[in-house]
Ligand binder design. Structure first.
Ligand SMILES: NC(=O)c1ccc[n+]([C@@H]2O[C@H](COP(=O)([O-])OP(=O)(O)OC[C@H]3O[C@@H](n4cnc5c(N)ncnc54)[C@H](O)[C@@H]3O)[C@@H](O)[C@H]2O)c1
Length: 375
């Protein structure tokens, strides 16, 4: 980074553009009401200087509710008037590039919601803008920072599972539900215009988690079945079944990415299989189960794994009741990611999601969409 981004002596001035659903999570962090390190803004690191939305009511609500200095309906006016050091870009995906470019050119670092751009080519162009401006550009890859994912990474890093051979990520969400926001015909969701249609809403999460858990991996064989099982013409696809076969330093790696609009209940499950054991979680109903050889050998290991797994499930069940009562969402990782990001910006350290993480993710999404790999 350039000299101008050296350790700041005063609080970073943060602003938000797009004050819809995900903005609530960013704004609660910026307002200091986050469950992760709730005192963050009052410990002097940052100040919320503006909330911008095309809708004046939405902008005003976001600014009032989260204590911003001002509300704006025009981005240029906010960049000029509020002079933010960091802008959170939380608008629909197709608008990210022009908005992020304007913020970078105005001298602000940009934290952008996923998918950061529509294609990897567009991402490389945006990274050039960031480089030219000497500012950070980071995509929100929030689920990497959820507690269960950190636990899986830790199990892999400590060699508990041996060498990772398989990663399976499965999301089930009723995106075609006629009462849901994606099926609204009067106000069609902008996600339908993305290359993967409604599946673009989740594919970034699946791909960056795969790259994190299987790292470092290069895939040489990919086959992706994109289907529209509901036959609703509003949806390009409502189902994905992709198989990826690649190589890590430790040997071959098989991966499967599965999205389903009809299976129930909602799931965001991850399973990692290694040469010595396996581990799984569900980020919507968090728990972590690790199955591995235990003291007691082949005879006793299955029983000990059942007992350990049962105990972990019981603990997770109790914890999840508490989370429900406290209305905690699966976005705890987003708050942790923002916390790390602001610390890194303030200390002029590398950000927790690197440029390589973003480019690799975006390139793999492009490859999954390539007609040549379609089943
Ligand atoms: N990281 C996650 O887990 C996660 C979860 C949900 C959404 N998202 C992402 O966040 C982004 C926003 O999603 P959402 O669900 O909050 O959408 P949303 O429709 O609820 O909110 C978007 C807001 O942006 C405003 N807007 C649109 N264009 C604008 C512009 N040019 N200038 C200013 N404001 C503008 C809209 O008025 C709206 O209030 C998307 O990229 C989405 O994929 C990420």
């Amino acid at each position: 980074m350039s000299e101008s981004s050296a350790r700041p002596t005063k609080p970073l001035r943060a602003a938000v553009v797009g004050s819809g659903a995900i903005a609530r999570e960013h704004l609660s962090f910026l307002a200091g009401t986050s469950p992760i390190r709730p005192s963050s803004p009052v410990d002097g690191r940052l100040r919320l200087v503006g909330v911008c939305d095309l809708s004046p009511v939405t902008a005003r609500y976001g600014a009032d509710e989260y204590g911003a200095d001002a509300a704006y309906t025009d981005l240029a006016t906010m960049l000029d008037g509020a002079g933010p050091d960091v802008v959170h870009v939380l608008t629909p995906p197709a608008t990210h590039s022009p908005i992020a470019s304007a913020c970078l050119r105005a001298g602000a670092h940009v934290l952008c919601e996923k998918p950061i751009t529509t294609t990897s080519v567009e991402l490389l162009e945006l990274l050039d803008v960031a480089k030219e401006a000497g500012r950070h550009l980071m995509e929100s890859q929030n689920y990497r920072f959820n507690r269960p994912v950190l636990a899986l990474v830790d199990a892999i890093d400590r060699g508990e599972l041996g060498t990772v051979r398989e990663v399976e990520i499965r999301i089930a969400l009723p995106v075609t539900d006629p009462d849901g926001r994606f099926a609204d015909r009067n106000l069609p969701s902008p996600i339908h215009e993305m290359p993967a249609g409604v599946i673009h809403d989740v594919i970034t999460h699946m791909v960056y988690l795969l790259l994190l858990l299987g790292r470092p991996v290069s895939f040489d064989r990919i086959a992706a079945a994109w289907s529209n099982h509901g036959d609703d013409p509003l949806f390009r696809w409502d189902d994905l079944d992709a198989v990826l076969i690649g190589r890590t330093a430790g040997g071959p790696l098989h991966a499967r990415l599965r999205f389903d609009a009809e299976a129930s209940p909602d799931t965001f499950s991850i399973r990692v299989r290694g040469t010595d054991g396996w581990a799984e979680t569900d980020l919507f109903q968090p728990y972590v189960r690790v199955v591995r050889p235990r003291a007691g050998g082949q005879q006793l290991s299955p029983i000990l794994n059942h007992l350990a797994g049962g105990w972990r499930l019981l603990q997770a069940g109790t914890r999840n009741v508490g989370s429900k009562i406290m209305q905690q969402t699966p976005y705890e990782g987003l708050h942790r990611m923002l916390d790390l990001t602001y610390d890194a910006i303030a200390a002029d350290r590398p950000l927790p999601v690197s440029t390589d993480d973003m480019v690799e993710t975006s390139r793999l999404i492009d490859r999954l969409l390539d007609e040549k790999v379609r089943l």
